[in-house]
Design a binder for this molecule. Sequence first.
Ligand code: GDP
Length: 475
Amino acid sequence: TVSEFRNSFTNRDKTLGGLLAASGFDDQSCLSRYRTELYRRNTPHRPSRHLVQRLRSHESLQKRCGPGTDPYQKAVEQLRSGQSSKIDQNCNYLVWISYSGLGNRILTAASAFLYSLLTNRVLLVDRGKDMDDLFCEPFPETSWLLPLDFPLKDKLANFSVTSDESYGNMIKNKVGVEKENFIYLHLDHGYNDNDKLFFCEEDQRTIQNATWLILRSDVYFVPSLFLNSLFEDDLNQLFPEKDMVFHHLGRYLFHPTNAVWGLITRYYDSYMAKADERVGIQVRVFEVESGPFQHVLDQIISCTQIEGLLPQTVSHEIAPPATNPKTKAVLFTSLSLDYYEHIRNMYWEKPTSSGEIVSVFQPSYEGYQQSGKKRHNRKAWAEMYLLSLTDKLVTSGWSTFGYVAQGLGGLKPWIMFRPENRTVPNPPCRRDVSMEPCFHSPPFYDCKKKQGADTGNLVPHVRHCNDISWGLKIV
Ligand code: GDP
């Protein structure tokens, strides 16, 4: 039972196999940090020893060079003075700009963190409207939040593909990067071929010399890091099971703040804890009009029935009572209420052929994306997290919201393909090949041959995605 499970609290491994530092945090200020596996029961995936060691040494880097330290002060002075001279220190920085929907932000922050780990850089996050409201500090005894008096603070929102300081434009304008005191990395989905050179070995050697890197991205660019030979050995050791990157880094970095943890745990305890099985259904509709759409409902029903995730209903009104019927809790997340209401009614109006008891819930229906609002984003974060606590997960293709849930939960989802011409795709969904998120806009370039190439065909563990044929994912 739930209470027996919770009672084992005292002798459990709260660090998730060494993924989390065992000390250096105030437990009460971030209750979620050491309590996830009371809710997420079946994550057998353990981090490699190499990853654990590397996280500990990265934590000491963040502490030694982070805000408030002498090296940070010196590096900031150099930035403020506009001088390019490389200061003699072992502290280099990557500033992550808060940008785009919450799912995108979580994926890009994880990508930025992996890049920081690989290149020994301190990761600092621009707090935007609410990064500090949603996430606890991931690194002990320091802060990952970019200080408010950071010299380029007011410029962060304005960096774009046309900025002179972007790596792509430095290449295009043949400006030696050693002349600049920071490099802006434009890794947004609308980036150009020069910006994409970021992923090449030769360019990495240059970029790594900069004390300050400023990054704007809205994509999970990890798969292309796996194609860079400079990182190959390291990545092999860090992730012997390659499709675990987001699962480990996501659980390492993103701990819901107490306010969000309250939303998660109250909901879980009320609606999900007691069921024999939990099924998550994430409905994300990328249509201009708001719907509801019949084809979306049809797709949900056919996917869940064909794949045996939800039982069929039978036409007679009364079914013989089953002994010990199985209970299924179905968690819907969607901006609209219509799909959930229909499925809930379906199981109210008719009995199931299997005798299972199906209860259907949806925590919120926000109507439309309101990324600037705190309460809205808290709910979005809580819902991604709740989806990650299910046993079986159905997601909408193309959606980073779903990717976050599958990655945190260590779940290979059933992906509902994005419909075209408002018709249900055939098949409506398919089990994904890995739990990793898809990189939506990878470069198609072979850095060594300096020519175009199908980057989904270069190594066995980086493949095209099921939901976006030109995307890349780690399998
Ligand atoms: P994506 O656009 O599906 O890749 O996901 P993002 O998370 O980046 O952006 C979508 C945003 O719309 C979310 O961050 C939420 O603000 C909102 N949103 C979309 N679907 C849902 C949902 O099911 N529940 C809630 N609460 N918000 C949602």
